[in-house]
Design a binder for this molecule. Structure first.
Ligand SMILES: Nc1nc2c(ncn2[C@@H]2O[C@H](COP(=O)(O)OP(=O)(O)OP(=O)(O)O)[C@@H](O)[C@H]2O)c(=O)[nH]1
Ligand SMILES: [Mg+2]
Length: 469
């Protein structure tokens, strides 16, 4: 996209989802916004038109005088707008026909159809938000859980931006102090060495460490944003479908006393401490099954591969057998939670027997329950929360969490360069090399905020948006 020209013209788009709805909004941004509002009647004369105020009237085709829809329209004068340009929003009735007609009228008055994310791109280019906040807008729109929403909200408020800006400031001032020493790096007197030591400590404690911590929390943030995918696996008839139904609170998956009931992957989700959990029920794995079961089992293995963790279910009322061995083989390399079901029946083996038979690490958590008991399900939920969510929920409350791979990569680079600079400083080098590494670290931080950007980067970020945002 050509930034110079696209930045100065007037763009428009339908800002609400396509389809039938109570209202639909057409959004216009750019210097020609007010002129385009002539499709609205009755339009107050310019000296009486107030910014940020809703006006009631009709969208009228200027060429024929025909009334198209009864609407509320709002003109918002720059710079107190989403894009910092003049913005017009027209609230019409929802529905494809009305919005299509309205949009064509606006286009015929001189606006251009906006690219995906172009409104937010303008907000960024005009300095209203930085790149982390632009990305928060996408996260906010997409978030499916309360935690994800909270995270995006914090980011939109500039949570990550504040941290990154403070590190950038520190790097800048340290770089300046170091550069002041470049000329006499050979032999430092006592006060200079003290200052050098102070700078090193400052960079390590105030920048490198928190930066590395933020980067390391990336995976936790991913769970909060995107939710958790758990797969139920086990031999036939152990109670996988029963557990899915109990967790989601409805009869989603068919349960029968016959082994081999579930043949396809059944998916549903539930909320756990504000996080969306996607739960997959799968066909029981067993060494010999018919052709349909074999296909189901292949799908089971695929699901297992994409899961964050596998809930491996065993039936305590029957002895462990080679079907359990086969399941173990398929799930051994996954993050596991061992679920010993049917605790209401006489037990044929204990947890110790399982651990003796299969080489499970001590870190593999386990619990015994009966899916038929409501209280056990409640207990199971709270165990799931402790195992999978407690750490992320705890830390996100205090520090920031980076929201996407782009920011994580930049942070990785910043950490790498700063660590190199510190290693050089530790080795007694006060010089241009250090300065260069610090500059690279700072530039990586600037890419997070978008202070340093190119069209390719912006295309990538804003390409993720929908049209109208
Ligand atoms: N007594 C008892 N029966 C259970 C328990 N959990 C499940 N069952 C019964 O075990 C049988 C099999 O349950 P399902 O949930 O269909 O088992 P599954 O693992 O999905 O079986 P497949 O789909 O064939 O792989 C049903 O008759 C359930 O009612 C439990 O905790 N105690
Ligand atoms: Mg089943």
């Amino acid at each position: 996209m050509d930034l110079i020209s696209s930045h100065d013209d007037t763009i428009c788009a339908v800002a609400t989802p396509i389809g039938e709805g109570g209202i639909g909004i057409v959004r216009i941004s750019g210097p020609g916004s007010l002129e385009i509002l002539t499709v609205f009647r009755p339009l107050p004369s310019p000296q009486f038109l107030q910014s940020h105020r809703l006006y009631h009237g009709w969208i009228t085709d200027p060429s024929t005088g025909e009334r198209v829809d009864e609407v509320l329209a709002c003109w918002m004068g720059a710079p107190r707008t989403y894009t910092r340009q003049d913005v017009v929003e027209i609230n019409s009735h929802g529905g494809f026909g009305v919005l299509d007609r309205l949009l064509r009228l606006v286009l015929s008055c001189g606006a251009r159809l906006a690219e995906p994310g172009e409104f937010t791109r303008r907000a960024f280019l005009n300095g209203r938000i930085d790149l982390t906040q632009a990305e928060a807008v996408i996260e906010l729109i997409r978030s499916r859980s309360e935690e994800g929403l909270r995270l995006a909200g914090r980011q939109l408020g500039g949570g990550v931006r504040g941290l990154v800006e403070s590190w950038r400031g520190k790097l800048l001032s340290c770089q300046a102090r170091i550069e002041a020493h470049i000329d006499f790096s050979e032999d430092l007197d006592e006060s200079e060495s003290a200052e050098a030591w102070e700078i090193i400590e400052d960079l390590r404690a105030e920048v490198l460490r928190p930066m590395a911590e933020l980067r390391d929390r990336y995976d936790e943030g991913r769970v909060l944003r995107e939710g958790l995918t758990l797969v139920l696996a086990g031999k036939p008839n152990v109670g996988k479908s029963s557990l899915l139904n109990a967790l989601v609170g409805r009869e989603r998956s068919i349960v029968t006393p016959h082994p081999g009931t579930t043949r396809d992957v059944i998916e549903d989700s539930f909320l756990l401490g504000g996080v969306a959990v996607r739960l997959l029920d799968t066909a029981g794995l067993r060494p010999r099954g018919d052709a349909i079961e074999a296909l189901g089992m292949a799908k089971t293995r695929e699901s297992v591969a994409e899961a964050d963790a596998v809930l491996w279910m065993l039936d305590q009322s029957l002895p462990l057998d080679e079907a359990d061995d086969a399941v173990h083989e398929s799930v051994a390399r996954c993050r596991l939670l061992l679920v010993l079901n049917k605790a209401d029946l006489p037990r044929r083996f204990t947890l110790d027997d399982v651990r003796r038979r299969y080489p499970l690490g001590p870190a593999v958590p386990s619990l015994s329950l009966s899916v038929l008991r409501r209280s056990d399900i409640d207990l199971f939920r709270s165990r799931l929360k402790t195992i999978f969510l407690d750490r992320p929920l705890g830390s996100s409350a205090s520090g920031g969490v980076i929201p996407n791979l782009r920011q994580k990569e930049c942070l990785d680079q910043a950490v790498g360069h700063l660590a190199k600079a510190l290693a050089l400083l530790d080795a007694g080098g006060f010089g241009e090399l250090v300065s260069l590494e610090l500059a690279h670290a700072r530039q990586a931080l600037e890419r997070i905020l978008g202070i340093e950007h190119d069209d390719a980067l912006l295309d990538r970020v804003f390409g993720e948006f929908c049209v109208g945002k």
